[in-house]
Design a protein around this ligand. Structure first.
Ligand SMILES: Cc1cc2nc3c(=O)[nH]c(=O)nc-3n(C[C@H](O)[C@H](O)[C@H](O)COP(=O)(O)OP(=O)(O)OC[C@H]3O[C@@H](n4cnc5c(N)ncnc54)[C@H](O)[C@@H]3O)c2cc1C
Length: 574
């Protein structure tokens, strides 16, 4: 089937929906999503959204800017970060006016809480900056934006998988998708296409990410000749519920939760004496794993305790209700009385599809634009978060740059004719899908996926080194070979999840290789990328963004300087 819209948005998380809402009334907009829109991972965000409203204590956007730059290990582009933090208060009031039920102070203002790395007066002490709706912030913002889309009759294509981007010459002019309920392929044509397909945490064995976070959009852009930027920077959140990886939001530490080792020591006092549990996520993740390595994990195992018991039942029930209920449901213990077992879990990818500050996709390190193609949200790299993202800055990024992409698309399409694509690309994808279905392969998705997730955990997670990264690349390449012989046993047309899992696995393998290769070439430690063989940050050589290209000769790595406007890199002191 063929469909034509002015603007096609792939992804119904906060980035995609915010862009859609921006274009209402001025363009015919459609949203494609492989999961039901309100099931997008954005709905899982618990902690909040940052903005220097100063509702609870004095705050300024300049401090927010400094914290984000410092949190990024001086690697985020400062011009882009400034745009984001200056826009933040407007974003919060806009959401409030759309109907988001934020938690309130006793005076009725929007409540704000502490989150790791957010400080007053350029690092003096923690500041309350995260606006939240209890610990269901992502849920209520996603539902509110979805309501706005329905209200404006935006067309949704749910359970519809992007399989390929279609180019008309250099211009991105359409997409081929797979409709899960019927097994039919759709050809979309549009004047502008936004990728808002989220992250790729599912590459790792332990992750806080939902099942849909398989990095499809990044991989499909990459296969179309777009480079991927800064993919070595993968954030591990220190507190995943052991052993499932489900997130225990930083809100738990923001509200006063403390980490303890086997000896009952509050060990963060040793690693980050000033901010302790509220140090940046990479610092806390490494601290936990160092405790484990040195034999101070609980019962000699690979986890530590997050202790909330001193907070009292009332605070836990009121402020951390969802976290408490997860702990009760998944572990059968009560955080009011028992400490919670936690371990680092893959949480967020700082890298992604390179874009300018208006969501336009870049095709090289010099800043050339891919006409018609836009990206926003976790799949994109603006770059705001640099080498490490601060808590609650992602939702802000989605809303600021989702909106800016919407603004840019509705402006840009005024100069563009509706494309008229042939069915050629549809036929090509159709024959690929048929090939996958008809191939009597001996390999199974499950076994290759397990191999990939184990290799990424072992060689590409919190601690890395030259030998491990090389080994990891070798293993991923071997898995890619095995993937060529993959067999799909389910042959039915409707709801063929097995088929789509096979497609997703292909994306994940591609991205795994890019992550490891980018990490191998960065011979320094910065933010979430920690090289045991190069423990120093090396600004002289590596104050530059990694761009990995797919070429006929294999993967090629190039670089682009980091944009520094106000804050020169300084040493890390905690
Ligand atoms: C458990 C958890 C808690 C978090 N808490 C916070 C927090 O408190 N504050 C904060 O700032 N950040 C938080 N984050 C990070 C933040 O939630 C994510 O970075 C963000 O939600 C990503 O949003 P997105 O719009 O880019 O994509 P997502 O919300 O991940 O949505 C991706 C969309 O793309 C669609 N899609 C993907 N592939 C395809 C395809 N092939 N075809 C069609 N559609 C496709 C999916 O269906 C989905 O609609 C959290 C993350 C997690 C995992």
């Amino acid at each position: 089937m063929n469909f034509t819209h002015d603007i096609l948005i792939i992804g119904a998380g906060l980035a995609g929906l915010r862009a859609a809402v921006e274009c209402v009334g001025q363009a015919d907009v459609a949203v494609v999503s492989k999961v039901l829109p309100t099931r997008s991972h954005s709905g899982a965000a618990q902690g909040g959204i940052t903005a220097s409203l100063g509702n609870e204590e004095d705050d300024r956007w300049e401090w927010h800017l400094f914290d984000t730059v410092k949190g990024s290990d001086f690697f985020g582009d400062q011009d882009a970060i400034e745009i984001m933090v200056r826009d933040a208060p407007r974003v919060i009031y806009e959401l409030e006016h759309m109907g988001v039920p934020f938690s309130r102070t006793s005076e009725g203002k929007i409540a704000q809480r502490n989150f790791g790395g957010h400080t007053r007066n350029f690092g003096e002490k923690p500041v309350k900056r995260a606006c939240h709706a209890a610990d269901r912030t992502g849920r209520v913002v996603l539902d509110t934006l979805h309501d706005q889309c329905l209200r404006h009759q935006i067309k949704f294509y749910p359970e519809n998988y992007l399989l390929s981007l279609v180019f008309d010459g250099k211009r991105c002019a359409g997409a081929v998708t797979y409709d899960l309920p019927t097994g039919e392929l759709y050809l979309f044509q549009a004047k502008a296409i936004l990728l808002a397909t989220g992250g790729c945490g599912r590459i790792y064995k332990t992750t806080s990410n939902g099942f849909a976070s398989t990095g499809d959009g990044m991989s499909l852009a990459f296969r179309s000749g777009i480079p991927l930027e800064d993919m070595e920077f993968v954030q591990f959140h220190p507190t995943g519920l052991y052993p499932l990886g489900i997130l225990v939001s930083e809100a738990a530490r923001g509200e006063g939760g403390v980490l303890r080792n086997r000896l009952g020591e509050r060990f963060m006092e040793r690693y980050a004496p000033t901010v302790k549990e509220l140090a940046a996520r990479d610092v806390v993740s490494r601290a936990i794993l160092t405790e484990v390595r040195e034999g101070r994990g609980i019962g000699g195992m690979d986890y530590v305790h997050l202790d909330l018991t001193h907070l009292g039942e009332e605070k836990i029930e009121k402020r951390l209700w969802e976290i408490a209920s997860f702990v009760r449901i998944y572990l059968g213990i009560d955080p009011v009385y028992d400490p919670i077992p936690v371990q680092p879990t893959c949480h967020y990818i700082m890298g992604g599809i390179p874009t300018d500050v208006d969501g336009r996709v870049l095709t090289d390190e010099k800043g050339s634009i891919a006409p018609g193609l836009y990206a926003a949200g976790e799949c994109a790299c603006v770059s705001i978060h640099g080498a490490n993202r601060l808590g609650c800055n992602s939702l802000l990024d989605l809303l600021v740059f989702g909106r800016r992409s919407g603004l840019a698309m509705k402006r840009d399409i005024l100069q563009v004719e509706t494309p008229t694509l042939s069915n050629e690309s549809l036929k090509r994808v159709d024959s690929k899908i048929r090939g996958l279905l008809n191939h009597q392969g001996r390999e199974k998705c499950d076994s290759i996926r397990k191999g990939m997730q184990a290799a990424m955990m072992e060689y590409g997670s919190v601690f890395r080194d030259d030998e491990g990264l090389k080994k990891g690349i070798e293993e991923i390449r071997a898995l890619k070979e095995r993937y060529k012989d993959i067999g799909v046993s389910d042959q039915k047309e409707a709801f063929n999840y097995e088929l789509m899992e096979a497609v997703e696995l292909g994306h994940q393998l591609d991205l795994s290789e890019v992550i490891l290769l980018s990490g191998l070439h960065r011979r320094e430690s910065r933010g979430a990328h920690w090289r045991e063989d190069f423990p120093q940050r090396a600004d002289r050589y590596y104050l530059k963004h990694t761009f990995v290209f797919q070429t006929r000769k294999g993967l090629e790595v190039r670089y682009k300087p980091v944009k520094i406007t106000r804050f020169q890199p300084e040493a890390r002191i905690y």
